[in-house]
Design a protein around this ligand. Structure first.
Ligand code: NI
Length: 226
């Protein structure tokens, strides 16, 4: 399932983060990929262990964990701390798949990448190209969102970032290990939760919404690994 989570950061938060990022030191983005990715990746990133980068990443996660739509869709268990990338002057990242297991930089911990996230920090009118294209069993989807919005997609998908031919595309990106590994099960839980919330909004709490909430939690209990 692909999901657009709008307004993760406010305009003000994006402005402050962009001002800091525009002053930061950027390095070759091939530092964080394997052999296959290195052949097709051309961009710049903030170094993984940069203290400032870590701090900005923490701020993003803090806000995101309070976002009910993100939580409902991702059911997050662990995160690889957010990184930051920048594409300009024709830079791009060709078709690739994200590695299934990632080390959390600076630790001995590893996690399984179930979901990939891109948080846009440039507005679409400020650059040309730079669409994130995700290919799944339902075809190919191109995504280019307002600054502050996030896209969530299964890490199992093939994807690419098209060349940026004008301006700069700045984003944060990171991976989530979900409490529910299977994308189909996770999507069903998301649909059930969203339907329940709409029912509750329309009818208030009823005997049926309480029973359905029980079913939701029993499925989550059956399917989650924490
Ligand atoms: Ni990728």
């Amino acid at each position: 399932m692909m999901l657009h989570v709008p307004e993760v950061l406010t305009r003000e938060e994006v402005r402050a983060l962009r001002a800091a990022l525009d002053e930061a030191d950027w390095v070759d983005g091939r530092a964080t990929v394997g052999e296959q990715g290195a052949r097709v990746k051309q961009n710049r990133q903030i170094p993984e262990l940069s203290p400032a980068g870590r701090q900005w990443g923490e701020q993003i996660l803090k806000v995101l964990l309070k976002n009910p739509l993100f939580f409902s869709a991702a059911l997050p268990f662990r995160f690889v701390p957010p990184l930051f990338n920048r594409y300009e002057g024709g830079e791009h990242y060709g078709l690739h798949v994200d590695g299934s297991i990632r080390n959390v930089p600076g630790t001995h911990f590893q996690l399984r990448t179930d979901l990939s996230c891109t948080l846009f920090l440039s507005d679409p009118q400020d650059y040309d190209g730079g669409e994130l294209e995700v290919v799944d069993t339902y075809g190919s989807h191109e995504v280019k969102l307002p600054a502050g919005d996030l896209i969530l997609y299964p890490s199992s998908s093939l994807h690419q970032v098209h060349p940026v031919t004008r301006g700069a595309r700045v984003c944060s990106f990171f991976w989530v290990q979900s409490m529910v590994r299977d994308d189909g099960r996770r999507s069903m839980l998301y649909e059930l939760d969203q339907s329940l919330q709409r029912l509750r909004h329309r009818l208030g709490e009823t005997e049926e919404t309480v029973a359905l909430t029980g079913h939701y939690h029993n499925l989550l209990r059956m399917w989650s690994e924490v």
